[in-house]
Design a protein around this ligand. Sequence first.
Ligand SMILES: [Zn+2]
Length: 530
Amino acid sequence: MEKEIKIYDTTLRDGIQGAGINPSVEEAIKIAKTLDNFGIDYIEGGWPGTNPNADEFFKKMLKINLKHAVLTSFGSTRKAGIDASEDKNLQALINSQTPVVTIFGKSWLEHVKMMKGNTPEENLKMISESIEFLKSHNREVIYDAEHFFDGYKDNPKYAIKTLIKATEAGADYLTLCDTNGGTLPFELEKNLEDIFYSLDKYFDVNEKTRKYKLGIHAHDDSGLATANSLTAINYGCKMVQGTINGFGERIGNADLITLMANFKLKINFNFYAEKNMKNLTKFSKQINKLTSQPDNPKQPFVGKDALAHKGGVHVSAVLKKPSLYEHFNPNAVGNKRHILGSNQAGKSNIVSLAEEFKLDLSDKNISNILEEIKKKEKEGYAYDKAPDSLRLLFLKESGGYKELFKLDSCETVTTINKLGEEEAKSILQLKGGTLMESWGNGPVNALNKALLKALIEQGLKNLDIKLTDYNIEIINREKGSAAKTRVFITTKDTKTDKSWKTTGVSTDIISASFEALKEASEYKLLGLDK
Ligand SMILES: [Zn+2]
């Protein structure tokens, strides 16, 4: 079987249907350039005529030369009862001047019936005439058969007829869409067997002489978008549609990151971007950054946890023979193995982490560190979520740590005025320093400001750091208000954009926060961010 496939990205159309993803036109252009740089084949830019952003995007993209990708505009078949040339939506698609146009049409009779003025026969004409119209304007045409699998279950003959009409009208690809995301992989495989059989029979072709090309567009509502897309490609579909990092409405679309890793590493299919697979992790993060989305640590292949090993026995084995505990080579997608330090850690975790921290440890150091981690985690610390506090612990136990400042006293209070507005004040003094006072919108904010002020007074220069995330967990809830609090903070260097995570534990939330803030400053002052 020919193993050449096309990767079709719809991050800028289906992806932005996802909650919280609203790129501006300039950001959308950056996203398109990033997709092109990675080697994506098709970039669907939006639905012209439906929102001004899409129109502006296509206009600006005319001046931008893409290296490999082709730009696609998206729309629907013509309205019922009019001529294709009079349809505003089709005109907008032509006006967008993209070399490729994708239109969706109805495959499910239940949907056809719901549309005013539409009939099963008229729907077939809408598909044919819209595609013919676009082909007469020399466009490559991708026909998205919307709700295809649901339509096929309801009336297979009619659903197949829509594909035949689209093919006869000249569509270059027929994309089968699992729009509701409810199809199961083994149903899909059975359906594909029938669809290929019916189309081959109708056109009197076989696997080798086929002219029509099928594609797959799967939504992840049943958590099966990857499985369905992989099944479809493995069964002979030639195009996969999806979004980067699985962005999209409801649960999202098929994640092209996961899919490309599977195509390349598992079933060895060929696609243009395969040569860039070593940058897959970086690429996934770039798109998150451009859409202001957090990286998902649990994302297959590229997530931070994809190669995180915790248990001691497990770690010693993975270091000897990775393939026993990892289903893929981290280098192949540019991800890294990650050994966690925790109370479940063994010697191998410590040795491996010491290498990462560039520390030369004696056997005594190793057993001291192991003991200290166990003791601290019993007190409530969780170092697997604060690797940079763990690094400080390593330094403390191996003699590489120097305490640069000490707290003398601290008082932090929050007041609520008559209007219900909160204000927090922190008065803090370091050993050998004067009293520093700072205000903030909350106690931790005030405390952080007072600490940074005091550090400058101690001659420890302006640190250019910023608290970017603050998280608390209650450790022993059953103790009610006497429970212990575990604080995690993320600090960022505002000049280099590097960030680090530290932690603190105490029955008092301010003390726990101070500990995490102190370690965050120490991390920077000791140059560990370099
Ligand atoms: Zn979709």
